[in-house]
Ligand binder design. Structure first.
Ligand SMILES: O=P(O)(O)OC[C@H]1O[C@@H](O)[C@@H](O)[C@@H](O)[C@@H]1O
Length: 364
């Protein structure tokens, strides 16, 4: 069996749709991107991509969040393939250092504002949650929609002058307006990119469709006990079992002006390479974090992606074409999520329809 599973490290692997339950509603723009109809907003507003992480929700299926990929012998959990030969699938360095992919990728579409929250940094994750990963994350805005006349915004970081004492007061009083007013509110548009480091308070507003590349955990500390739509959040989802006091330690109580916050966390995509048939931009890279990376390839022709020694993931935001891998041609189309294992040498992408391809990378 192990040997059988190893053979799939030499072909591009596409995953099947993998929607995950959350406390907020959304997802219609994920349906649009996937060309699924009808386009509906419901409690499955996230698509988890190449995930070997299970989602933390109350009374949810035990394997929720885990990716299955299409292989010539049917659908198989990505985790089983990787576990059959970590070096082959992940690459030597990752196999040794983490023994897992080290990254989680998501498409997220909010119909309502998400609750105000924070994620652990590595130190908190280790000391409090006994996890070698925190949940530093990144948002690359792909599309926006106005909902009930509200522009698409995000909330990020404490405003200048906000103190821990104030924040704790708002939490114990459940003063949501007080909490929202303590954070910078930023209108977003497609192409905007933000790093959300562990410890930084944040909330995604309604009408945001974004790609999120992040550390591979589902640790979210929520400070709102009722969601904007009125759903009661259980204690477990508020503090992940560590208690409210320790939950409040997860925040970094640093305050910034809006300008400082934007300088720290808003990321400008940078051109790496361009020719007549393609433009290759880096969005998130080593200058922002060593936890993951994201690049964007706009293709109207041909481009060869060079092997890096680690696996990577191609997400087709739009377009259509072929992927040449180990002498064989495969097709790609909008909505595809493709795992390219470390065992695969260079691949060549050729577009039939102008394409936007998002390349997601594991820790460097
Ligand atoms: O707290 P809920 O509504 O479940 O949302 C949790 C979501 O929050 C976002 O800010 C991101 O961190 C997502 O990765 C996460 O899934």
């Amino acid at each position: 069996m192990e040997k059988d599973l190893q053979q799939y490290a030499h072909i591009p692997l596409k995953q099947v749709t993998n929607r995950v339950w959350r406390t907020y509603s959304g997802g219609a723009l994920i349906d649009r991107w996937k060309k699924d109809s009808p386009e509906v907003d419901n409690s499955f507003p996230e698509e988890w991509i190449m995930s070997t992480v299970t989602a933390r929700g109350k009374n949810r299926p035990v394997d929720e969040g885990l990716t299955k990929v299409e292989t010539p012998s049917g659908l198989l959990p990505l985790k089983d393939l990787i576990d059959s030969d970590k070096q082959l699938y992940l690459g030597e360095k990752l196999a040794e250092k983490f023994g897992t992919t080290g990254v989680l990728i998501k498409m997220l579409d909010s119909q309502e504002r998400l609750t105000i929250q924070v994620h652990p940094d590595k130190r908190y994750a280790k000391e409090i949650l006994n996890s070698s990963f925190g949940k530093t994350e990144s948002w690359y805005v792909l599309n926006t929609r106005e909902i009930d006349g509200e522009k698409s915004v995000i909330y990020m970081g404490f405003k200048k002058g906000v103190t821990r004492e104030q924040w704790e007061g708002y939490f114990y009083d459940q003063d949501i307006e007080g909490m929202l007013n303590s954070l910078h509110k930023i209108e977003v548009k497609p192409g905007d990119a933000f790093m959300i480091y562990g410890g930084v308070p944040h909330a995604i507003g309604s009408g945001c469709f974004l790609m999120e590349v992040q550390e591979p955990t589902d640790y979210t500390m929520r400070v709102e006990k009722t969601t904007p739509a009125g759903l009661q959040i259980t204690d477990e989802l508020i503090h992940q079992g560590v208690g409210e006091k320790t939950m409040l330690d997860c925040f970094h109580y640093n305050d910034y002006t809006l300008e400082e916050a934007m300088d720290k966390w808003k990321v400008k995509p940078e051109l790496v390479e361009a020719s007549e048939g393609f433009t290759f931009n880096t969005i998130f890279n080593k200058t922002h974090t060593d936890c993951f990376g994201l690049s964007e390839l706009d293709l109207d022709g041909e481009y060869t992606v060079k092997a890096t020694g680690s696996f990577y993931v191609i997400v087709v935001y739009h377009g259509e074409g072929t992927l040449l891998c180990n002498g064989k041609e495969y097709s790609y189309a909008q909505g595809d999520e493709i795992f390219i294992s470390a065992a695969i040498e260079n691949i060549t992408l050729k577009s039939d329809i102008t394409s936007k391809l998002l390349l997601c990378y594991p820790p460097s």
